[in-house]
Structure formats: C-alpha cells, structure tokens
Ligand binder design. Structure first.
Ligand code: NAD
Ligand code: UDP
Length: 311
C-alpha cells in the first residue's frame, strides 16, 4: 500500500482526490489548515483506518513518511486568495518549498496543483503549455498568479538540482460537489442564486469566457499524471468554452429558476478568455474529459440543493 499525502485534502478537489485514492486501496494522509476546507468534506473518511488527518499549515515544515505528495493546499477562489494575499504567497512559496523538502527527504514523487492563472490574461488562445503568459505582477490577482508561477519555478529547480520526481499540472476551472457554497466562484454563486431565485450576478458584460471541467474528470487526470513519467507542465481542463453570460442562462434553464440576470462591476485583471489546449494530455496521458456540462451541473445542483435544505 502506498502512503499518499494530499495537502488541501479537506478542500473541494482535495476531498474528491482523497476518496479516489482510498477507494484504490492507498493509505491517505490529509493535511489541511481549514482556511477554506471543511470537515464536512472529509467526515466520511474519518472512521477509515487508511485515512489520517493532520491539521497543519504547510507554511511550516513537517516530518512524516510518504511515497507520493499531491500538493493542493492553497485557496483557489479570488475572494479567498485575496483575503490575505501575503499568506497566499507564503502558501505557494514557503509551503511548496516545505513539500519539496519533504519529497526529497522521503525520495517521494510530488505533484503540484498549478493553474491556468499562470497564463494571466492570455494573448494566445487556446492556452498551450509552452505559452509563458501575460500576468500583471503587481495587481490584486498577483499573490495567486505569481505565487503559482513561483511554485512552478521551485518545482523545476528542485527537479534539476536535487533530482526530485516533480510533476506540474495546470488546472483550468473545475467544479462539482463539495465546492464551498460561500467561496464566491462563479459556479457556486450562480447555482445558489438560481436555486434561491435571487438575482444572478454577472461581473461586467459577461462576454469573458471560461471552460468548465467536472471534478471526477480532473481527478482522473491528476492520478494519471502522478503515475506517468512526465514532469509537465501539463494542462488539465475541459476545452468546452462558453461566455459567462451563456453560463448564467444555462444555469437558469437547468434549475428552472425565476432568477433575473444583473450586471455588476468587473473585478480588476479578470481574464477575458480561457480555454485549455489539452493535446498534450490527450497524447501523453490518454486523458480527456468525459462528463458533459449538463451531467456535471446536474450533479452539482443536487449537491447544493441538499446543502441548502440542511441549512
Ligand atoms: P479549496 O479552497 O476548496 O481547497 C484548498 C484547500 O487547501 C482547503 O482545504 C484549504 O483549507 C487548504 N489550505 C489553504 N492554504 C493552506 C495552507 N497554508 N496549509 C494547509 N492547507 C491549506 O480549492 P480547490 O478548488 O479545491 O483547489 C485545490 C487546488 O487546486 C489549489 O491549489 C488551487 O490553486 C488549484 N486549482 C483549482 C482550480 C479550480 O477550479 N478549483 C483551478 C486551478 C487550480
Ligand atoms: N463571475 C461572475 N459572477 C460571479 C462570480 C464570478 O460574473 O458571481 C465571473 C468572474 O468575473 C470571472 C468568471 O466569472 O470572469 C469566473 O470567476 P471565478 O471566480 O469562478 O474564477 P476565475 O476563473 O476568475 O479564477
């Protein structure tokens, strides 16, 4: 049995990854500081003898035995990562260094959850891995974008200098059950607003685009990447791109909601478009998303409905 560390394991993606790794008969150690993670996301594993929870902040070093590390710890929604930008940067720099040191000590493989944000407001479309991006280094998103870029640099430098088996995955907008209802991302906001028949808040005119990937597909890709010989970076996401306005209309339709669309201020540096080029993942990992938006949103709506009925 492999001992696999998932940092950020009580968060949205991390909790799905813990489940899959436990189902595949691994020992899973979850590290989380519960900044955006929730006990509810992992309560189903607590009684499992193969699961261990360590409440810990990755900006501090830790000494445990592991074979593989999935480093997911970092707030992902703009309101949360902008809440304490200095802490966000520490998580992506000091936290990643601590995880790389742990990988070195254990001779373990390490996968870093990077992001499409490393491309900033992209001038190349769709985004391909060899594009270096268009990132504002001093804006309100920089703590996250530049933090994640620095994390990629650290991964590559530890790989070159220390021979660590590192893997970089650039995740594009992912959604599904276990998203925090109050994390302010577009999928959770629109679904909750629609279910409550409240106004759907589009920031700006809604012509900006995103490409949404269902979490099960993403988790497949993360595990395939960890089990491959690749170093990356590699894009993981669903190339099916849509405007935020179309996405709002889709959510209203699927939920049969009476919500009206309203437009509010567009946050600074909000990327105008985003679509992954997943040729590399298709060819090298034999991976591509399988779940279409209707199926994925349907499962996500069911999750938020049951959340709202309990609260
Ligand atoms: P999330 O906010 O739900 O989960 C992040 C988890 O990390 C939370 O449980 C949080 O408590 C924990 N955490 C944060 N800082 C920590 C620290 N210093 N020490 C220990 N734990 C800490 O976000 P998510 O959507 O599940 O994202 C997981 C990872 O994937 C993040 O690294 C994020 O940057 C990356 N990512 C996500 C998306 C997406 O669309 N969801 C897109 C690109 C990249
Ligand atoms: N957005 C929106 N209304 C909301 C939340 C987000 O119009 O209530 C927009 C946001 O401005 C961005 C897109 O939806 O253009 C995706 O936002 P999210 O915060 O989910 O993730 P991002 O891809 O920007 O990191």
């Amino acid at each position: 049995m492999k001992k696999i560390l998932v940092t950020g394991g009580a968060g949205f993606i991390g909790s799905h990854l813990c489940k899959r790794l436990l189902d595949e008969n691994n020992i899973v150690i979850c590290i989380d500081n519960f900044f955006t993670g929730r006990h509810k996301n992992i309560e189903q594993f607590i009684q499992n003898p193969n699961f261990r929870l360590i409440e810990h902040d990755i900006i501090n070093p830790i000494d445990i035995e592991v074979d593989e590390i999935y480093n997911l710890a970092c707030p992902a929604s703009p309101p949360h990562y902008q809440y304490d930008p200095i802490k966000t940067m520490k998580t992506s720099v000091l936290g990643v260094m601590n995880m790389l040191d742990l990988a070195k000590q254990n001779n373990a493989k390490i996968l870093q959850a990077s992001t499409s944000e490393v491309y900033g407001d992209p001038q190349v479309h769709p985004q391909i891995e060899n594009y270096w991006g268009n990132v504002n280094p001093i804006g309100i998103r920089s703590c996250y974008d530049e933090g994640k870029r620095c994390a990629e640099t650290l991964m590559m430098d530890y790989h070159r200098m220390e021979g660590i088996d590192t893997k970089i995955v650039r995740i594009f907008n992912t959604y599904g059950p276990n998203m925090s209802p109050d994390d302010g991302r577009v999928v959770s906001n629109f679904i909750i607003q629609a279910l409550k028949n409240e106004n759907i808040t589009i920031y700006g005119d809604g012509t900006q685009t995103r490409s949404f990937c269902y979490v099960d597909d993403l988790v497949d890709g993360l595990i395939k990447m960890m089990n491959s010989d690749l170093i990356g970076p590699i894009n993981l996401g669903n190339p099916s791109e849509r405007t935020i306005l179309d996405f709002a209309k889709l959510i209203i339709k699927i939920t049969n909601s009476k919500s009206k669309i309203i437009h509010t201020t567009l946050p600074k540096d909000d990327p105008t478009k985003r679509q992954p080029d997943i040729t590399l993942a298709r060819e090298k990992l034999n991976w591509q998303p399988k779940i279409n938006i209707y199926e994925g949103i349907d499962k996500t709506v069911k999750y938020f409905k049951s959340f709202l009925s309990c609260n």
